[in-house]
Design a protein around this ligand. Structure first.
Ligand SMILES: [Zn+2]
Length: 122
């Protein structure tokens, strides 16, 4: 599963940070999810919980924030793509990332991140 390997990396960075701060428990894990990663937060949370089981993060709650995509076009436009529908699959979605000014295909400059934004520890 796509989400599982991503969750392994995320949990690793959470536990590393927690350890560096001598945490006894991780209470909250905030994750930024770029919409273009096509990660399903419910599945990601499920994976994180199963990986975190038996660690100091086993009782953590999760919060997910979506990052909207941003594009840059050769015509000079930079910002939101033409369309930001929620339930398109990734291929359709990437195809929809055309410039709202000139209709060209664009370079994606944001919305592909998947990072731990912050954690709350004891
Ligand atoms: Zn353009």
């Amino acid at each position: 599963m796509h989400e599982y390997s991503l969750a392994v990396d995320l949990m690793e960075s959470v536990l590393t940070t927690a350890k560096e701060n001598n945490a006894k428990a991780v209470n909250l894990i905030s994750v930024k999810v770029g919409r273009i990663t096509h990660v399903n937060p419910a599945q990601l949370e499920f994976c994180l919980k199963s990986i975190g089981d038996g660690t100091i993060a086993e009782n953590a709650s999760y919060s997910f924030e979506y990052i909207e995509p941003e594009i840059r076009c050769v015509c000079g436009y930079a910002g939101k793509p033409n369309e930001t529908a929620d339930d398109l699959d990734m291929l359709e979605y990437l195809v929809s990332l055309v410039c709202p000014l000139c209709g060209r295909n664009t370079e994606v400059i944001g919305g592909t991140e998947l990072v731990v934004d912050s954690i709350d520890i004891d």
